[in-house]
Design a protein around this ligand. Structure first.
Ligand SMILES: Nc1ncnc2c1ncn2[C@@H]1O[C@H](COP(=O)(O)OP(=O)(O)OP(=O)(O)O)[C@@H](O)[C@H]1O
Ligand SMILES: [Mg+2]
Length: 327
């Protein structure tokens, strides 16, 4: 199987490098539609980081998380061998062979001590802060939480979101100890986090969108596509990296592209058919609203000739239904 090289995202990478070059001061939300390449970009960036940065990458997808406690749990990578009480000493030894960690290392005895307590989050955050303070004496720590929508789906209550993100504000804006990046495709959940954690002036947004036409062209040219194949790929698939990858691997490119478009059209037809039978409910504030088929059709038809529309005046339940399901 041929591996496809990472296609450089120059604009986004430049922006991140600029952020990393300055003192940590804001939480960075990395957002963009489903499958646009957020995780791929972050993983690539981690590999390319200079020595003076230490990344801690936590991907919530596929982890066993049913409540806030589980969430706190996955932030850590338990060090079974470490029977240390002194965080300073522990960081010194942990830094020697940190390698690729998928969480914040913690010696098992400290982890158990903290987990027995009633208010765990206070002590866990205290540990993380201490850990980062120690690291920041020699390098800049970067905390990355990927696939945040996993906790969005848990309906974690507002107070916990508030506590978590205020801890991130402490690490960035207040103490300038660590960079914090949070990535998700669920922009509605981001809006909720923004409101519940009162993040005005405390965060910034970085869009990782599907490839634009120029990037798609460069990507496909790099894989030997002719001009007409590129035009066809753009026409049928747009700039979604996963679809483009499928085309790169395919022998009969045009046939596959047509098939992919037909699948997409059928998905939308099926959605409209589904709405003939039921009216999904969307919660806005304290109230529930029904999603009407006509409102969905009205929104989708505005995309007939353009890729982007102004969202003012759109029916809100219908809009949220489409966004929530990444439809
Ligand atoms: N810059 C790139 N160069 C080459 N391939 C890419 C690039 N970006 C994404 N891809 C391909 O597209 C696939 C989907 O990307 P990825 O999983 O990173 O998207 P995502 O935005 O994190 O998705 P999700 O919304 O599900 O979290 C990857 O498996 C990867 O193979
Ligand atoms: Mg991802």
């Amino acid at each position: 199987m041929r591996r496809i090289e990472f296609h450089n995202r120059e604009k986004e990478t430049k922006e991140i490098v600029k952020i990393l070059d300055t003192e940590p001061s804001l939480i960075t939300f990395v957002y963009g539609p489903i499958n646009s390449g957020k995780t791929t970009m972050i993983s690539h960036l981690i590999k390319e980081l200079p020595e003076d940065y230490t990344p801690f990458y936590v991907n919530l997808r596929g982890r066993f998380i049913t409540d806030y406690e589980d969430f706190l749990n996955v932030l850590f990578e338990i060090d079974e061998g470490g029977g240390v009480d002194n965080v300073t000493e522990y960081v010194k030894s942990a830094l020697k062979d940190l390698g690729a960690v998928s969480g914040i290392p913690i010696p098992i005895n400290l982890f158990n001590q903290i987990f027995e307590k009633k208010d765990k989050s206070k002590d866990m955050f205290k540990y993380i802060e201490q850990f980062f303070v120690e690291i920041s004496k020699t390098r800049t720590p970067i905390l990355i939480i990927d696939e945040l929508q996993v906790i969005g789906d848990l309906k974690v209550d507002g107070l916990l979101i508030y506590k978590l993100f205020n801890f991130f504000v402490r690490l960035t804006k207040e103490k300038h100890i660590a960079h914090v990046f949070v990535a998700t495709s669920d922009s509605l959940f981001l809006e909720q986090v923004y409101t519940e954690a009162m993040l005005s002036g405390r965060c910034r947004y970085l869009l990782v969108d599907d490839f634009d036409r120029e990037t798609t062209t460069a990507f496909l040219e790099g894989h030997g596509f002719t001009d007409s194949e590129i035009a066809m790929a753009w026409e049928y698939c747009g700039g979604k990296p996963v679809f483009l990858l499928e085309l790169i691997h395919a022998d009969e490119k045009e046939r596959l592209a047509r098939k992919m478009l037909t699948t997409r059209v059928n998905q939308l037809k099926d959605l409209l058919d589904y709405l003939e039978y039921t009216k999904p409910r969307i919660t806005i504030g304290e109230d529930e609203y029904m999603v009407e088929k006509e409102d969905i059709v009205a929104i989708l038809s505005r995309f007939a000739d353009v890729e982007r529309i102004d969202d003012s005046g759109l029916n809100r339940p219908a809009k949220q239904f489409l966004i929530k399901g990444n439809r």
